[in-house]
Design a protein around this ligand. Sequence first.
Ligand SMILES: NC(=O)c1ccc[n+]([C@@H]2O[C@H](COP(=O)([O-])OP(=O)(O)OC[C@H]3O[C@@H](n4cnc5c(N)ncnc54)[C@H](O)[C@@H]3O)[C@@H](O)[C@H]2O)c1
Ligand SMILES: O=P(O)(O)OC[C@H](O)CO
Length: 376
Amino acid sequence: MSRASARVPVRPRITVLGAGSWGTTFSKVLADGGSDVTIWARRPEVAKEIREAKRNSDYLPGVNLPLAVTATSDVAAALRDAQFVFVSVPSQSLRQNLEQIRDLIPAEVPVISLMKGVEKGTGLRMSEVLEEVLQIDRDRIAVASGPNLALEIAKEQPTAAVVSSTSLETAEAVAKVATNRYFRSFVNTDVIGTEFGGVLKNLIAVAIGIVDGVGYGENTKASIITRGLVEMTDFAVAYGGHPETLAGLAGLGDLIATSGSSLSRNNTAGRLLGQGYSFADVVKSMQQTAEGLASVAPVLALAAAKGVDMPICRQVSEVLAGTLDPKDIAPHLTTDDDSGPQGERTLDARQDDGGSALRRSLKRAFDQLRHRGRSS
Ligand SMILES: NC(=O)c1ccc[n+]([C@@H]2O[C@H](COP(=O)([O-])OP(=O)(O)OC[C@H]3O[C@@H](n4cnc5c(N)ncnc54)[C@H](O)[C@@H]3O)[C@@H](O)[C@H]2O)c1
Ligand SMILES: O=P(O)(O)OC[C@H](O)CO
């Protein structure tokens, strides 16, 4: 090999399943980070537009995609020779999509969920559905999450995300390809906290949308964001997540972005509900996926199974069912029982005053060392 050819950087080959607003935007992030990206689109006309015009005008009007992004509606062709596979389809359709392509995913490559939902019926997180259907080692699976409104990123506005995997080595490899001049990926190994952060902030963003639609102001919204974060943390910790993850990009960060933006589909769905539209009308009017609407029921079932009280999420489900007037959502920010005023802190902080924060830090340091040890 000549010295010149030895210097040519190797461009990773990446496949992104799903040509909606996030799949397409993430493809741009990856291509702008130096990868060659093939998107699988369900509709041949979407694939053709991406391939030939470098546009996806249904989802990202006015955005030019890099030359290194192409697309096909032939999923076998899309997956051939992939070195990383990112998945960005609606959560409730993930299982059905994976069942059709189970045997097409190249051996050994990392598979990364870009999705923020839990599966109705099973209550499984997306990484759990990936593991179950694809029958692959969990160390090959990663999730990416954070304050990531697609259209802002497609316009190259500076943004951070977090990539999480039980294998730090996998998280780092994925974060490396998912980093460019306007998009920075951090890493962690708390998959549970990272995934649940993304799921739960959607429900709180629906609640914020509802009170916005009713016409309530900043105090109400700040109260719901703050108490919502406590609900998110209590829930995620009950399932084994770290409270710090919920205070990070995949928790608080995403909650702020989603609750504050009219670009958010969850926030928009909530606002329509608050303005008096029925759940059926809202679903009909949404052109894109608002994951929170489908996640409310499985999240409340999971919360009940661990005895976690989630008054805000419960009220969102009552508004969706039409049994609670949207204007009555905010007064019920605490558990409505007769035992007197409720403490403000998370369950974890209340139970843990005796130094378990130190224990957790030590355990995390140990986990990281163990993962590094395995990867070296
Ligand atoms: N859009 C964002 O800003 C954003 C950001 C971060 C994460 N996410 C997450 O990414 C996931 C995908 O969201 P999105 O915004 O790309 O959604 P979207 O509605 O814009 O696109 C969904 C894509 O999935 C495809 N699809 C494949 N099988 C499908 C099926 N059976 N039914 C319906 N659509 C099917 C659609 O054709 C479409 O291309 C969601 O879990 C969402 O929470 C979205
Ligand atoms: O449009 P939403 O409500 O699905 O939110 C998009 C992203 O999850 C924001 O991080």
